[in-house]
Design a protein around this ligand. Structure first.
Ligand code: NAP
Length: 606
């Protein structure tokens, strides 16, 4: 006989393989939307939270604690679900071809979602009334005959919708429709869960959902695209918090008297949920510059962290063995929260995207563990999909940076002193600078230009100015292309999202492998706030920390203009050999200001 646990494990593994298969097909262009899409789907923790918030705890001493924890979990999961789907749609709406831009925009997802949800709810109501025997009350009919079926089939339907939704991300053409389907899948799962036999009151569910919808909706609609990395981190923290709270509530409810399998899953859920919650909060604070972005290290840090992890793991084993209510459980949860903070403190802000992707993966695993605790298969499926997606993205980022995950997590990368950088620069000689009016003259004579955007474009919020310059040159018959390095900026696909926001058709955004052969043909390469991704040391200096990282072959172009504010290094903290190349000229200043001046100089040359 196959037990429910075995079925759960089979589902977990198969969903992981399916996730791997689907996610490896998502193009780098859509990696940022993929992160927020899996984030939104992972908000399926909402279904478990609903059950916890709406259950009857009258037989549990101080049962209000469980309701309170469930309410907080509903609020955070709803924030995640609403915010996640809205911001994913905002991003995907920006990815258009030149032809689609000319035809005009499409209807926003908010409207489509509303129509879809209203149609779905209306259909459910009509079906219930049609099937109900005459003389029987609606409530009784739903409780006795509909609830269990609605839940079972609703979850199967929504699992299929989530998988198809992620599959849609394999092309910008179908990505929005896919995410619409996934959002509908979430509605189906949530509506189905409202029929759960354990849910007996809806007050805290309704209040938590309303708060989450307002907060998530505001975040999803208002947050600027340049703040997407920190929003994603914040969103992971909310998802993980929900998992942790549900785990604590279940432990409190049953006073630890659960079977050993459930206790193992529950320990995993609260530990991984807890450390992901605080770790993601720390990552968001570093990215938002609320905390210093540099790595904070001290002697014996890794040993201390490993010892703490061993204490947490030991406590988990003890709790499974004890199978009883003990305050030790809460100490373990508190230590996990502390561990999350300590894990992220030694990692520099620039490495946060890899950390965020890894935390995304942990969040997914915490969700899946919640699925095992509540024996909820939809949570096992989505947790597994989310876990695979985050893990794959972090591996892809590490590969593109030519670094190991261990180096990212424990290497305190980016801790190079100012003196080292100045000494390296002095050894290489001088650089040539150029003014905006001289650059305008150079561009006047060019027939092809490649723009290389980097993190500085995001900092300067120069994407609209860059797009305007590109359009101006195109109108003058110049062939303009945008070279996209897989880890330019601070998120996978970061540059694609910013340029799509500035209305650059996505067919003009060319990936590194495809554009590299074209650099020798380009008359001018305009490097806008990119640094490491253009550094030739990655190819020819074995002692450079960048050595081995694939880069854009900018130095092979006929002339190179670099827009940055100073000679300060980028993320890797090393000087860029490109700047000493005789074909290279530096246009110093804020990228947005420089391009704005450049455009007006070009107009005055007419
Ligand atoms: P970068 O090497 O970090 O360089 C960015 C440059 O932008 C800096 O040198 C800076 O110089 C300039 N800048 C900053 N603000 C500016 C402004 N307002 N106007 C003009 N320039 C400005 O960036 P990158 O070339 O995009 O490379 C990305 C780096 O991040 C890589 O090393 C990559 O491995 C790492 N990374 C990326 C990801 C990802 O997923 N994308 C993940 C983890 C790590 P000034 O200060 O002189 O202006």
């Amino acid at each position: 006989m196959t037990t429910e646990l075995e079925v759960g494990l089979y589902i977990f593994m198969l969903a992981g393989f399916l996730g791997y298969h689907i996610i490896t097909r998502v193009p780098p262009l859509l990696h940022t939307p993929l992160m927020s899409a899996t984030n939104a789907i992972a908000a399926i923790s909402l279904v478990g939270s609903l059950v916890v918030a709406g259950s009857d705890y009258s037989a549990v001493p101080n049962g209000w604690v469980c309701t309170l924890l469930g309410f907080a979990a509903v609020t955070s999961s709803a924030t995640n679900a609403v915010g996640g789907f809205l911001i994913t749609d905002r991003m995907l709406r920006m990815f258009k071809t030149a032809e689609e831009r000319e035809k005009g925009g499409r209807r926003p997802l908010e409207q489509q979602m509303l129509v879809g949800a209203v149609v779905f709810v209306a259909l459910v109501v009509v079906l219930i009334y049609a099937a109900k025997p005459a003389g029987m009350g609606v409530g009784e009919f739903v409780r006795e005959h509909v609830a269990a079926q609605a839940l079972r089939y609703g979850y199967i339907l929504s699992a299929a919708m989530f998988v198809l939704g992620l599959k849609g991300l394999s092309s910008p053409k179908y990505a929005r429709a896919g995410m619409f389907l996934a959002a509908l899948g979430m509605v189906v799962a949530v509506v189905g869960t409202l029929f759960h036999h354990e849910i007996v009151h809806y007050k805290w569910i309704a209040i938590g959902f309303a708060i989450g919808a307002v907060v998530g909706g505001t975040m999803g609609l208002r947050i600027p695209m340049t703040a997407v990395p920190q929003r994603t981190a914040l969103s992971h923290s909310l998802g993980a918090l929900a998992a942790c709270l549900v785990g604590v509530s279940e432990y409190f409810r049953y006073q630890g008297a659960l079977n050993r399998v459930t206790l193992t899953a529950l320990d995993f859920e609260v530990i991984v949920g807890g450390l992901t919650f605080t770790g993601s909060l720390m990552a968001a604070a570093k990215l938002q510059e609320l905390l210093p972005g540099r790595p904070i290290t001290y002697k014996g840090q890794n040993v201390f962290n490993l010892s703490l992890l061993s204490v947490i793991a030991g406590s988990a084993v003890y709790l499974v063995w004890a199978q009883a209510a003990t305050p030790f459980f809460y100490v373990m949860v508190a230590l996990s929260l502390v561990f999350g903070l300590l894990l992220v403190i030694p990692i520099g802000a620039a490495d946060m995207p890899v950390v965020i992707a890894l935390l995304n993966s942990y969040g997914g695993l915490a969700d899946a563990a919640m699925g095992f605790v509540l024996m909820n298969k939809i949570q096992i499926i989505t947790g597994s999909l989310d876990g695979t997606s985050g893990f794959l993205l972090s591996l892809l980022m590490c590969r593109a940076m030519n670094r190991s995950a261990a180096n990212v997590l424990f290497g305190a990368f980016g801790k190079v002193s100012e003196e080292e950088v100045t000494a390296a620069a002095e050894a290489k000689g001088s650089v040539r600078s150029i003014t905006a009016d001289e650059t305008a003259v150079l561009l006047e004579t060019a027939s092809s230009m490649i723009v290389v955007p980097g993190y500085g474009m995001a900092v300067a919020q120069a994407q609209h100015a860059v797009a305007e310059l590109g359009e101006t040159l195109k109108e003058r018959g110049v062939d303009v292309k945008y070279a996209i390095h897989p880890v330019a900026g601070r998120m996978p696909g970061h540059m694609n999202v910013l340029l799509a926001e500035a209305d650059v058709p996505y067919e003009q955004l060319v990936e590194m492998e495809v554009i590299n052969p074209y650099f020798p043909e380009a008359d001018v390469v305009l490097v806008v706030g990119a640094n490491d991704v253009t550094n030739p040391a990655a190819k020819n200096n074995k002692s450079s920390p960048l050595y081995g990282m694939p880069i854009l072959d900018v130095e092979r172009a006929k002339s190179i203009i670099v827009l940055k504010r100073s000679m300060r290094p980028g993320f890797a903290g090393v000087d860029n050999d490109l700047y000493y190349n005789e074909k290279c000229m530096m246009l110093f200043g804020d990228a947005k200001d420089s391009i704005t001046k450049l455009i007006s100089e070009m107009k005055s040359l007419l």
